[in-house]
Design a protein around this ligand. Structure first.
Ligand SMILES: [Zn+2]
Length: 168
């Protein structure tokens, strides 16, 4: 999501609270993601972009508020940059960026996106381990430990998603 594309689409010219939407399509024209935007203003803390979307695959509803920083000198018709809402441990990323990436259900700067992606890969390797060992998977699904059980369910969902992709 490029702040300049949103500027061109007129997102920043609407008055506070006026909804508008953008969608992202793949090369074949299939809609990958549809997102609704509106501007929010908070007294003293400035201007925000509220992003909402339809239900995601993981089941959570996308709703994220991203702070906007005004550029002192507007460039190419755009007046704003995003302040990345990502977190490194307990501190906020706060990077001023033109582009945010949709990673694991959240909009993040490239750096935070990479970190999330790596964390996810590590997580996935535990699921892969379960999928290669049906006995372990069964044991995880029947485990008394909720985290173990969720990992099993996650592994199972991942396997189903793969089958679905192969069929398409
Ligand atoms: Zn960031």
């Amino acid at each position: 999501m490029d702040v300049r594309d949103l500027a061109r689409a007129g997102v920043f010219n609407r008055s506070i609270g006026t909804p508008c939407s953008c969608s992202w399509n793949d090369a074949a024209g299939v809609e990958l993601l549809k997102t609704n935007f509106y501007l929010e203003a908070a007294f003293e803390s400035g201007l925000f972009l509220r992003i909402t979307g339809r239900q995601l695959a993981e089941g959570q509803l996308l709703s994220q508020r991203i702070q906007l920083v005004a550029l002192q000198r507007p460039y190419a018709g755009n007046k704003f940059l995003f302040l990345c809402p990502g977190k490194h441990g307990h501190s906020l990323c706060g990077q001023r960026v033109r582009k945010l990436y949709f990673i694991q259900g959240r909009w993040l700067c490239r750096k935070c996106g990479n970190l999330t992606y790596l964390a996810r890969r590590q997580h996935d390797s535990r699921k892969d381990h379960l999928l290669r060992n049906p006995d372990l998977l069964t044991a995880a699904l029947q485990s008394d430990d909720i985290r173990r059980r969720l990992l099993g369910v996650g592994a199972f969902a991942q396997a189903l998603a793969r089958i679905h992709r192969v069929q398409r």
